[in-house]
Design a protein around this ligand. Sequence first.
Ligand code: UD1
Length: 431
Amino acid sequence: MAVQSYIKIKGGLKLKGEVKVSGAKNSVLPLLFSSLISEGEHHFKNIPDLKDLHLALKLLSSLGLSHKKLKQELIIQNRQKLTGDPCPKSVQSFRASILCLGPLMDIGKTVKIPLPGGCDIGARPIDLHIESLNKMGAKICIKKSHIVAIAPKNKLKACQLKLKFPSVGATENLIMACVLAKGTSFLENIACEPEILDLIRYLNKMGAKIEQLKKRKLKITGVKKLLTLKQAYPVIPDRIEAGTWLIAGACVRGQITVKKCETKHLKSLFEKLKLIGFDVKWNSSTALLKPGSQHKSINVKTGVYPAFPTDLQSQFIALMTSLKGTSSLLETIFENRFRYVEQLNRLGAGIQFENPSKILVKGPVLLKSNKLMATDLRAGAGLVLAGLMTPGTSEVYGLHHIERGYENFVPKLKSLGADIQLCSSKSKLYK
Ligand code: UD1
């Protein structure tokens, strides 16, 4: 009989204490893929231990790169011309695998790979990645669920283009493609999430010539090759993890100190927490949340950075169930990110849809414990937060989703005083 892991939560306890944030998942993945475009050693620190990171390393290994991981440091060796082919299973297992495409076209490697997998939160097309790389001289098309990508014989050529939408992944792929391309590229309407700026910082340290002309405009002058850095490059802290802990504290009216974060990346969250009535204070790397005297309902609209992050949507909705009055959340990035709402309603949350992109939460609701299934990574975090608020014992299944993007999720919550544990069951699979 199959063994199924789940998280068991005895809810209703107040959280209190300090928690340290790990390196950012969405930063480390593009950084890892950027090692494809430069021979030599790539040394990173503040590396989180995540499932998606292991998948990315497997994919890089299949192409011929080796690596050594020591606690929170990682050294990737790119020694030779890449002779291997990308491991199809790794590509299929996570969405960010698409980030190998720009670098591979940049170094002239033709590949056929399956379409990337990852969280089921919408159609998640890759048209922007493909169209822009094709404008640079690659020949990429989709045939029978596979990406067939033919690299140009000579270098990619520089481009001038404006993205239809500031896609995070497409911006990262394009940046990595332009770094070694022939000529000077101008990219407009790019995404400018902190993780993208982290990638730019790393590439520039290696000798790339990337200039941010305006908030959403880059000038990239192609260079012949990149250099090896002498020092380990630190990955920025994970703002979504930091936000998750603050919202967890807010959900149970606890007093939480989040350390080792970049608070300047969390402004949109602080603003909403303060509007609700929480007392939030911060310096550059630490944030402190305390409950206020009353907590009122709030309207939230997700958007591209610096707006409220879609990756904190489900956690915030868990919080909304405890607020007095009707709160609303409008999702503008992914069209299918509310699948977990049905699970929250299994706790008695009574969440309603005003339209497919907007939900209404009437609070406060006294949630009732139940068994829940995580439908994606962040939904999993949101369901656990709801479990923390719910008296009695709740179980959250689909743990593999949470492990993709949170390091030590359960131990960190335990250290804040949550009654939570990892369990496995051999009984009938819960779906
Ligand atoms: C990244 C993050 C993810 C976050 C998201 C939005 C990583 C590894 N993942 O995902 O955690 O939720 O940004 O902040 O960094 N789109 C297209 N065509 C494309 C590409 C995107 O239509 O070619 C659409 C998507 O379907 C989606 C929107 O653009 O509706 C945003 O996607 P994008 O910014 O590309 O997100 P990801 O890079 O996949």
